[in-house]
Design a protein around this ligand. Structure first.
Ligand SMILES: [Zn+2]
Length: 301
């Protein structure tokens, strides 16, 4: 008997920002997965997953007059961020905006593997002719003014929104809660690059200097202070140094084959070794090994 997937949604208020979370507790998923969309002064940032598109429409169409959405901005083309855009465009006639690079990604959208369909829904149908914008976006009343910052690494088109006056930063997937696994291997549409991820974070850290009350909205985690960016950069720097140090030690011990070196570094960096379930279910698209390979491809200064 196939158990039905359990879907839940909830909203959270962070000052002026209303967060809408969509969570799928599918029977085949070991950890609950959720994605967040954020609404402030008529501007909706990201739209959740395809499997949650009916729910986001229900939520959006029942918002009180003052909170009504006037435009949607997508941080990147991945299905767990762009999944509800088409339904909001079709049924509510909402303008969908994104970077020119995201628009390009939508034109060549591919299908994705079973495990992502389980988490997010069968297929992403992108919005029709989203409007490309590249430098800034303002909210309905003009209260919030964001600059758009290109932050490649997780996705080539990933764009982050920064309002300096109100110290708000919406990063999509430019920051993850922890760096243990990344996408790679045979996954054509998500080829994560840890060096680019790090450089994008450094760029954001430099850009936000002096913004001591900065609130960072991280899509699959929560709201963090600016120090979180530094923590993530330190975490990646340490992984980078350790991976190269272990590689040199292993080579000194006569381990030659890259595949063996990567496997051994995975075991040295993480007590439990490879996350076999993630690697198996994604058929190698998501693994510790992908992160180690990306760390080793990034030369030490
Ligand atoms: Zn993503």
């Amino acid at each position: 008997m196939v158990k039905k997937s359990k879907i839940s949604t909830r909203t959270k208020l962070h000052g002026d920002v209303l967060e809408w979370q969509w969570k799928s507790n599918h029977w085949a998923a070991t950890i609950p997965k959720w994605s967040s969309s954020y609404l402030l002064d008529g501007l909706l940032i990201d739209t959740g997953a395809p499997a949650g598109s009916e729910q986001i429409y229900q939520w959006a169409s029942n918002l009180p007059e003052n909170d009504r959405i006037s435009q949607v901005y997508l941080t990147h083309f991945h299905e767990d961020h762009a999944g509800g855009a088409l339904i909001l465009q079709k049924r509510m006639n909402l303008p969908i905006l994104c970077s020119p690079s995201t628009q390009k990604q939508f034109e060549s959208i591919k299908s994705y593997r079973w495990y992502r369909q389980v988490y997010w829904g069968k297929k992403l149908s992108p919005p029709h002719q989203p409007q490309p914008i590249s430098d800034k976006i303002s909210s309905k009343s003009g209260k919030f003014n964001f600059i758009l910052i290109s932050c490649p690494g997780h996705a080539p088109d990933l764009t982050v929104l920064l309002d300096r006056e109100h110290q708000l930063l919406f990063v999509g997937d430019a920051i993850m809660k922890r760096y243990e696994m990344i996408f790679g291997g045979g996954c054509q549409d998500i080829q994560e690059n840890i060096e680019e991820i790090y450089l994008s974070q450094k760029h954001l850290y430099d850009l936000t200097e002096g913004l001591d009350d900065l609130q960072i909205f991280v899509a699959h985690a929560k709201v963090y202070p600016r120090s979180f960016l530094k923590e993530k950069m330190d975490e990646i720097e340490k992984l980078h140094l350790d991976a190269h140090r272990f590689k040199d030690q292993l080579k000194g011990q006569g381990v030659i084959k890259t595949e063996d070196i990567v496997k051994k570094i995975v075991n040295l960096l993480w007590k439990k070794g490879e996350n076999r379930f993630a690697k198996f279910i994604s058929r190698g698209e998501l693994s510790h090994a992908n992160l180690v390979k990306s760390l080793l491809e990034w030369d030490l200064e």
